[in-house]
Ligand binder design. Structure first.
Ligand code: CDP
Ligand code: MG
Length: 757
């Protein structure tokens, strides 16, 4: 209904507008509000009308300059009069007409969705696919991105009765939150149901499903993994589809292992593993040579271009390439640029927009749409809206656009060939977020994105030599490069005793397993025999990393720092969302919010409390350059962690008198992150720890601690950090100075054996 209302009445009204206003708008040429689709549509309509009008002899002599504009009578500008007596009836008529138009538009939209469903490559294999799924417990489905695996297959299963009587559900896992939510909403639309009812999604801290009603559930792989804890045989599902399995996230690898062990107990369960073209054989081998079904996709040829010389600054090179394409290649033809993360995307967006505003109307119009995991949901939807005529859309995306999301209309791909990857170094016990070259499989997949609607071009910002000689064949599976603490804890709590023989596509290395067992022992989650402790069980129940769970536990229960659960709930929740908390620069926002604070942690606490005191108002966020959506998410995360504490009977705060709240908060964080500590030495901060000391690190300029020290504050001897990031230097982000060495010894004597360490 809303859809119909938005365009038509406005268009009707425009028909009665004066010719002058049409001229003024159309002479501006460019759409003022490139983000407002409605505005653009309206302008387009006006432009078209204007062109028609100018073709028409009657109004041909209208002079564009409005001062010289003379009144010309034309039938279009006749005023509509309504009979007073028929007033009520007139409104009815208008309402009826609006309703009619709305219904017409909606049914047109539904018809076109139905038509386009039939055009997707999987459609012609519907029966074959359903048969092979019925006949085999596990099937691997391989198909080009955009062929309809994610959106269509699950609907076929529902249509075929896999969820009959709402007794069973179909689950589809996604490695990324954005993919789970956006695909669920698309499928709800296709099935003509409200999102959250028959079709829903479940991602961490956000569950949009209705128990007893939801039959098709899109979820992150991590969420399904958690469900195994409550129900090891996943009895509520008749079919589980592990989508994007080629991404090889830890969670999906573990799911494959768990499903393999469940199959014997659930002969009725069907498992579909869907993957882009890479490494399907490996999955088949893993599931005793189960069948692979290939969905032949359409793919047009893509011309690959390389740079002649290596590019030192790929962001600048990408910007140049965008304008090169824009000014030399025909429209329509949208551009997709692969970047490594939010910061890079936002920086590039600003740069491109400022160049655009300088060039003004000298070049055709361009719309820049970013897409990354932390982008607010309503902005994510913009990448799917159709590009207006005579305009080019430039999508700045992270790896998410490589396979998980399909954007129609892309003809040009710009690929710098990098990706941000978490890499855990067991010898130092640290996770680093590194920007690394992509694998060959990834860059080929990216290039393919240009050939969906027609022949396309891919501009690689590296040399052909690099492609042939330097890139790895395949991306490294996450299980071989991340901290396994959470994984090990989860497997142990699922009752898996023999970690080394648990079925996995790739086995983690012994040093990394050993390190994670040590970590868990350090947190008190395992005992010296490697068995899970009571505390370990509690930690597993929390929907967050074990380290954060330990912080919350200590803040409530550890006599050395109890009484600060409320504060720690807030800080932990804020730390989940700091990457998109501020509008613009953190420094500028902070200046409007708070006086002196010693740490990022206390800053986040202060921000949240001020917002809370302002009644959680949107206006407070606007005044202080805080993203309202993000901090609202923080509130939701906080609520869920709080519910979890209550469920686990973690005792409430007792108001403390005469105690140093901030000291207790710091101690609680030390208990959770004993390995994330750096010490000040002669040459700056270095890492500490039994086997992992000595790495020089720097405080990231965005940290409040960096600001404080710049303004002549005295550096603390120890700093606890939340994130270590290697870019040009090794930076720590979100820093909490530890003012008293003794606290380290007090909280984690096993690491800080004496106070002089
Ligand atoms: O999973 P696969 O890559 O095989 O394809 P899909 O995600 O099921 O996409 C099938 C079609 O649905 C594509 O043509 C997409 O453009 C369309 N789609 C969409 O319009 N909006 C979404 N949020 C998701 C998919
Ligand atoms: Mg898909």
């Amino acid at each position: 209904m809303a859809r119909g209302n938005d365009g038509n009445p406005a268009r009707q009204r425009t028909r009665n507008d004066s010719a002058a206003s049409k001229i003024t708008k159309s002479t501006n040429g460019r759409y003022k509000n490139v983000h407002g689709n409605l505005q653009a549509r309206q302008n387009l309509w006006e432009d078209k009308q204007m062109k028609n009008a100018l073709k028409n002899d009657k109004v041909g002599e209208i002079v564009v300059d409005s001062e010289k504009y003379d009144f010309v009578f034309d039938t279009d500008s006749m005023i509509d009069f309504t009979n007073n007596d028929a007033n009520g009836g007139g409104e009815d008529d208008e309402y009826d007409e609006k309703l009619y138009l709305a219904l017409e538009e909606e049914s047109k939209r539904v018809r076109s969705i139905k038509e386009s469903r039939k055009k997707l490559p999987v459609f012609q294999y519907r029966e074959q696919l359903l048969n092979i799924i019925k006949e085999n417990q596990v099937v691997i489905i391989v198909g080009e991105t955009g062929s309809g695996k994610t959106t269509q297959l699950p609907q076929y299963l529902v249509e075929e009765g896999f969820t009959k009587g709402n007794k069973f559900q179909v689950a589809v896992t996604q490695p990324r939150r954005v993919a789970a939510t956006s695909v669920a909403s698309r499928v709800a639309d296709e099935m003509e149901v409200e999102l959250g009812k028959e079709v829903g999604y479940s991602i961490r801290f956000d569950d949009k499903t209705t128990p007893g009603k939801t039959i098709l559930k899109y979820m992150t792989d991590g969420m399904l993994l958690r469900e195994f804890l409550a129900d090891p045989e996943v009895n509520k599902y008749s079919c589980i589809m592990i989508d994007e399995a080629h991404e090889r996230t830890i969670a999906s690898d573990l799911l494959l292992g768990l499903l393999k062990t469940v199959l014997g107990k659930r002969p009725d369960l069907r498992v579909i593993i869907s993957s882009a073209t890479m490494n399907a054989m490996k999955f088949s081998e893993f599931f005793d040579k189960c069948p692979i079904f290939n969905v032949p996709g359409r793919r047009y040829p893509v011309d690959i271009h390389y740079t002649v010389q290596p590019e030192s600054n790929y962001v600048n090179a990408a910007i140049t390439t965008i304008f090169q394409i824009h000014t030399t290649q025909p429209i329509p033809g949208d551009i997709l640029v692969f970047l490594t993360g939010q910061d890079e995307i936002e920086t590039m967006k600003d740069k491109v927009e400022s160049i655009l505003s300088k060039l003004g109307s000298r070049i055709p119009q361009m719309i820049i749409t970013p897409i990354y995991a932390n982008l607010p949901q309503e902005q994510q939807a913009r990448i799917f809206t159709k590009t207006p005529d005579n305009c080019r859309k430039v999508v700045l995306a992270t790896n998410i656009a490589e396979t998980s999301l399909t954007i129609d209309g892309i003809k040009y791909v710009i690929d710098p060939g990098f990706v941000k990857e978490n890499t855990y170094v067991p010898s130092t016990g640290m996770t680093q977020l590194l920007t690394v070259p992509c694998s060959k499989a990834s860059v080929d997949q990216r290039a393919g994105r240009a050939g969906r609607v027609g022949p396309g071009k891919c501009f690689r910002l590296f040399t052909k030599w690099t492609y042939s000689n330097e890139l790895e064949m395949m991306p490294k599976p996450e299980i071989l490069r991340t901290n396994l603490s959470q994984t090990v804890l989860l497997l142990l709590s699922l009752g898996v005793k023999d970690l080394l023989n648990f079925p996995l596509l790739d086995k983690p290395t012994i040093p990394s397993l050993k390190k994670s067992l040590e970590n868990l022992y350090g947190l008190g989650a395992l005992n010296s025999k490697g068995q899970i402790t009571q505390l370990g069980k509690i930690i597993t129940e929390f929907p967050c990393e074990p380290e954060f769970a330990k912080v919350l536990y200590s803040a409530a229960m550890d006599p050395k720092c109890e009484g600060v659960l409320e504060e720690c709930l807030t800080i932990v929740s804020m730390l989940h969302e700091t990457t998109s908390l501020f509008v613009g620069l953190k420094k500028e926002a902070v200046a409007t919010i708070t006086g002196h604070v010693d740490s990022d942690h206390m800053l986040y606490l202060d921000i949240y409390n001020q917002w809370k005191n302002a009644g959680y108002a949107r206006s407070w966020c606007q005044d202080h350059k805080i993203q309202f959506k993000t901090i609202s998410r923080v509130k939701n995360i906080r609520r869920q962690l709080d519910i979890c504490c209550k469920k686990l009977k973690i005792k409430r705060n007792v108001p403390l008198q005469d105690t140093d709240v901030s000291a207790r908060i710091i101690k609680a964080f030390i208990s959770g992150f004993p390995s994330n500590i750096v010490r000040l030495g002669a040459t700056g901060y270095t890492t500490v720890g039994k086997n992992s000391g000595g790495l020089t690190i720097y405080i990231h300029p965005s940290s409040i601690v960096f600001q404080n020290y710049k303004e002549a504050g005295k550096p603390a001897k120890y700093i606890l950090y939340q994130q270590l990031m290697l870019t040009s230097k090794e930076y720590i982000r979100d820093c909490l100075p530890v003012p008293d060495d003794e606290w380290l010894h007090e909280m984690v004597p096993q690491i800080f054996t004496n106070k002089n360490q």
